[in-house]
Every structure is written in structure tokens, then in C-alpha cells.
Design a protein around this ligand. Structure first.
Ligand code: MRU
Length: 364
């Protein structure tokens, strides 16, 4: 697959296709998510993953639900308030259902809220038909995708302004093309830097237990020609101490109002290490990932996943004794005090984050 064909969420001929990331790098196959039930499962199993990509997929999921409901009930031309009301109730249920697939990345509930809000607003206009609301929802889902696509380019430029040619860069998980509708977030400046001859030397943590760094980041960066070296998660201190890392760049699944940022499990350890070694730690956070309604990281719900992912999923035989107790949180929260700067599509912001985040979101 060529780099330009990596489109994790593809909407074509009124159908939603997902590049199945559970199969990468061995196979690059697209599967259709034809219903919100199939999409729920794809999000849960990480066939589509990465905060912005989940949000984009969920937007289309809401549209598919609306389209199929209106067709099944044969109410396309209906404008009766009672009919519109039950249509909106169906969308509210669809939102709650999709939101339940993964709790941590705010982009999911943000995108479903945008879709629901668009339907509700349109439904308030006298005479609007269910069919017109469906059309509007398709446009809204498309706008969510386009906004994310554009924001990736801005993140790339803003991120690159912090980096210098030849730098050693450490990254964790996958915050790239595979996680967004465009260039990525934290990996966006690395792709752009490659195009501009920056010659970065990137270290990709394997990112246990689901190996997004090994399976996805290494694959994606190699496709764009970036010099990438795969390391195990427990090697990051060594590469930092050796002076091989000039900056750490990571994505984010939800940033609270005080600047605490949830990201893939293991991110906070990197931030603490980076501080110890005097290395800047940059978190890439499109504004769709900023959640001013959550005061601090303490209130962010952290997804817990099956323990078998730790000892069984990638192995031909179990790598732990039968019956072993496990703890498998999918994310951790990096305290704002460890984050040197937050890169958004609107600009780079710095502490105090309780002030600068509100400013960038246009709130006082
Ligand atoms: O469990 P995942 O693979 O969905 O986790 C993804 C991450 O933690 C990413 O770093 C985050 O979503 C930012 S992606 C631009």
C-alpha cells in the first residue's frame, strides 16, 4: 500500500470502509462497517483507532443510522413534529451506544454530539423533512472529516516550528495518518519534515500491549521514508540518556481544562523521564481533543481492557501462567507540569494551560 492510500476511514459510494488496523502490518485490508453495531465492534477491537479517526468514523456511523432508520420507517418526506421527535430519539440512542464503545478519547463523544446537535437544530425548523435531516447529517460527517484533515496540516506546520533538522525524536503509540483523517497529529511534522529534508531520526516505542508503535508507527513512517528505529518501551530511558532524543512527540486522547492529557499507556512515564533528562515533551492536541468540561486528569475515565491482551494476543502460546491476575489500563494521564508545549491546529500553547487552553478555545 502506498502512503497516499493509507486512509483509515474511507467513505465511498455512501458506504463506510475501515482499514483494519488489527491486521497491520501483515495485511492491509478494508472492511465495510455497514451498521452502528459493526462500527461499535470495529472501534472496540481497534480496527479503527486513534482519537481523531474514531471521531470521524463515529460521525459517519451516526449518518448511516439516520439514513437506514428513515429508509426502514419510510419517513423520508415526513415533517410531522412527532415523527421528527422519534427520529431524534433514535439518534440519541445511537450516540449513547457508539459513545459506549471506548470511553477515553473525547473525539468520539464530541463527533456524535456534533451530529446530534446538527439534527436537533435542523429538526426545530418547521417543514424540514426527515430526508433533509439525513442529507444534512451526511454533510456534517463529511465536514468533521474535512476539518480533521485540514487540522493535521496545521499541526504539521506548528509542530515543525518546534523541531530542527537532524533531531532525534521519540514517539509512542501511533498518532499518525492511521489515527486521523489526514497527516496525523504528533507524526504530522515528521511526515512534513521528511518532505522538506529535515532528516529526523525517529525512535518508535513498540507500545505494549497492542503494539501500535511497532505495527503501525514503524510501518507508516517507513512508508514515508522517515528514518525510524523500533525500540521496546523499556528502552526509552536508555536512548534518552545516550543523548539520542532531542524531543518527545505524542498524541492525546483527551486533554482536561488544566492541561493534563490522557494518551496511550506509557506516555506519562516518558514525560517524567524527559523532564529528568531535560528533553522537551510536546503533546499534539487538535482542539477536538480538548475537553474543558473535564477539570483535570483525575476525572478522565481510563479504559481498561482484557488482560489476555498482555500475555496471549500476539503469542502462539500464553506468556504467563494460567489464572494470572492482570491489570490492563489502555491510557494514562500525563500531568500538565511535564508538558513543555501543547501543539494545536490553532497554534502552540504553553503553561499556564488552565489559561492558554481557554484562550485557544475562544473562552475566557
Ligand atoms: O488505543 P489507541 O490505539 O486508540 O490509542 C491511540 C493513542 O493513544 C493516540 O496517541 C491518540 O489517540 C492520539 S492519535 C492522533
Amino acid at each position: 500500500m502506498a502512503i497516499e492510500d493509507i486512509i483509515p476511514v474511507r467513505f465511498q459510494d455512501d458506504k463506510l470502509f475501515l482499514l483494519d488496523q488489527t491486521e497491520l502490518p501483515a495485511h492491509d485490508e478494508f472492511h465495510e462497517a455497514g451498521s452502528i453495531e459493526e462500527l461499535w465492534y470495529a472501534i472496540k477491537m481497534l480496527a479503527v483507532r486513534g482519537a481523531p479517526a474514531i471521531g470521524v468514523a463515529a460521525g459517519y456511523g451516526m449518518y448511516i443510522k439516520a439514513r437506514d432508520y428513515v429508509k426502514k420507517e419510510n419517513i423520508s418526506d415526513e415533517a410531522e413534529p412527532a415523527v421528527i421527535k422519534s427520529f431524534i430519539t433514535t439518534l440519541e440512542e445511537a450516540k449513547a451506544y457508539l459513545d459506549s464503545s471506548r470511553p477515553t478519547a473525547v473525539n468520539l463523544s464530541w463527533a456524535t454530539a456534533e451530529m446530534l446537535e446538527a439534527a436537533k437544530k435542523a429538526g426545530e425548523n418547521t417543514g424540514v423533512t426527515c430526508g433533509q435531516i439525513v442529507d444534512l447529517l451526511r454533510e456534517t460527517a463529511e465536514n468533521i472529516r474535512k476539518t480533521d484533515y485540514d487540522s493535521c496540516f496545521a499541526l504539521a506546520e506548528n509542530g515543525l516550528s518546534l523541531l530542527k533538522p537532524g533531531m532525534g525524536i521519540l514517539t509512542h503509540c501511533n498518532a499518525g495518518i492511521l489515527a486521523t483523517a489526514g497527516y496525523g497529529t504528533a507524526l504530522a511534522p515528521l511526515h512534513l519534515g521528511q518532505e522538506r529534508g529535515y532528516g529526523f531520526k525517529v525512535y518508535a516505542d513498540e507500545t505494549r500491549p497492542l503494539l501500535q508503535g511497532a505495527r503501525l508507527t514503524a510501518w507508516e513512517l517507513m512508508k514515508s521514508g522517515v528514518d525510524v528505529t523500533l525500540i521496546c518501551d523499556n528502552m526509552s530511558s536508555l536512548v534518552m540518556k545516550k543523548g539520542l532524543v532531542d524531543a518527545v512527540v505524542v498524541g492525546c486522547d483527551r486533554m482536561a481544562a488544566n492541561g493534563d492529557g490522557a494518551n496511550k499507556i506509557g506516555t506519562s512515564a516518558l514525560a517524567v523521564l524527559a523532564k529528568e533528562y531535560g528533553i522537551p515533551f510536546y503533546m499534539f492536541v487538535p482542539t477536538s481533543t480538548i475537553d474543558l468540561n473535564t477539570p483535570s486528569g483525575d476525572e478522565i475515565v481510563i479504559e481498561e481492557r482484557e488482560g489476555s491482551e498482555i500475555y496471549k494476543k500476539w503469542y502462539s502460546r500464553p506468556m504467563a501462567p494460567a489464572g494470572v491476575k492482570t491489570f490492563n489500563p489502555a491510557f494514562d494521564v500525563t500531568d500538565h507540569k511535564y508538558i513543555t508545549a501543547v501543539v494545536t491546529e490553532k497554534g502552540v500553547i504553553r503553561p499556564p494551560y488552565d489559561v492558554s487552553l481557554r484562550e485557544i478555545m475562544g473562552e475566557k
